[in-house]
Design a protein around this ligand. Structure first.
Ligand code: CNA
Length: 238
């Protein structure tokens, strides 16, 4: 572990074109459960699996149940950025990190001070009407009761990408450009199981692919440096 941390520290010191690609594991140390860890949302008792509840067709069919899950599981009170979010923001400020590309919807990278954050799956801190697309503050959606409605009668929905929905083209294009041009690509806290997001890392052409994840991923064999440790712990030391 010591060797690997030292190696990563040196790589970061030598580069000014780092790109970070992350997922739910980046926020578990802030107290937000991920999907696939043993205590993640997939292993908790719920009427339907998260992938079903968080799908476009389910939202249309049963917004009531969607919002029960949303408020109980996606919205976690009082969360703060952890050492991974904070160090990444600092690396951006130092001119070393070009972009954070995240699958997370919790807004914690921005809360830590990161400016260039590409949210592949949107954010629960934004809401809009699914009928007329008028934007709404996220407060009622995240903290209220029942199904929030727009003045036009439409259902207010979170500005997140539900399963069955496409990613935003501009964000994907931008993410690909950053990954393709990156000197170092650090991937962290993601099972790399959710597509098309996970597939974006295939655009990396360099020879400094770093993978920081508690469990193994399908991409472990492609990494030049693998650290199976807590990501907050790792970033506090580099
Ligand atoms: P995932 O499939 O749940 O995988 C998370 C990965 O992180 C697992 O492989 C864990 O082993 C690993 N992990 C957990 N904690 C740590 C840690 N402290 N340090 C290092 N590794 C850790 O999540 P993905 O992001 O890969 O899946 C994509 C989904 C999950 C996206 O659509 C997200 O929107 C969605 N999600 C987001 C949040 C959030 O915004 N915080 C929370 C839960 C799910």
């Amino acid at each position: 572990m010591e060797d690997k941390i030292a190696q990563l520290r040196q790589m970061i010191a030598d580069s000014d074109n780092i790109v970070f690609f992350g997922g739910a594991g980046v926020s578990t140390e802030s107290g937000i459960p991920d999907f696939r860890s043993v205590d993640g949302l997939y292993n908790q008792k719920w009427k339907y699996p998260p992938e079903t509840i968080l799908s476009h067709s389910f939202f249309e069919r049963d917004p009531e149940e969607y919002y029960r899950f949303h408020r109980e599981k996606l919205v976690v009170d009082g969360v703060k950025p952890n050492r991974a979010h904070l160090r990444l923001a600092q690396l951006e400020q130092e001119g070393k990190l070009k972009a954070v590309i995240t699958q997370n919807i919790d807004g914690l990278h921005q809360a830590a001070g990161s400016k260039n954050v590409l949210e592949l799956h949107g954010s629960i801190l934004r809401a809009y009407c699914s009928r007329c697309r008028r934007p709404y503050p996220a407060e009622e959606m995240n903290k209220g009761q029942g199904v929030p409605r727009c003045a036009c009668g439409g259902v207010i929905r979170p500005d997140i990408v539900l399963y069955e929905e496409p990613l935003d083209n501009d964000i994907v294009r931008s993410a690909i450009a950053y990954i393709r041009n990156a000197d170092i690509l650090i991937i962290g806290g993601t099972s790399l199981n959710v597509y098309p997001a996970a597939g974006l890392i295939n655009y990396y052409r360099g020879k400094k692919l770093v993978l920081i994840n508690l469990s193994e991923t399908p991409y472990d064999s492609y990494a030049d440096l693998i650290i199976h440790e807590k990501i907050g712990e790792v970033f506090s030391r580099v």
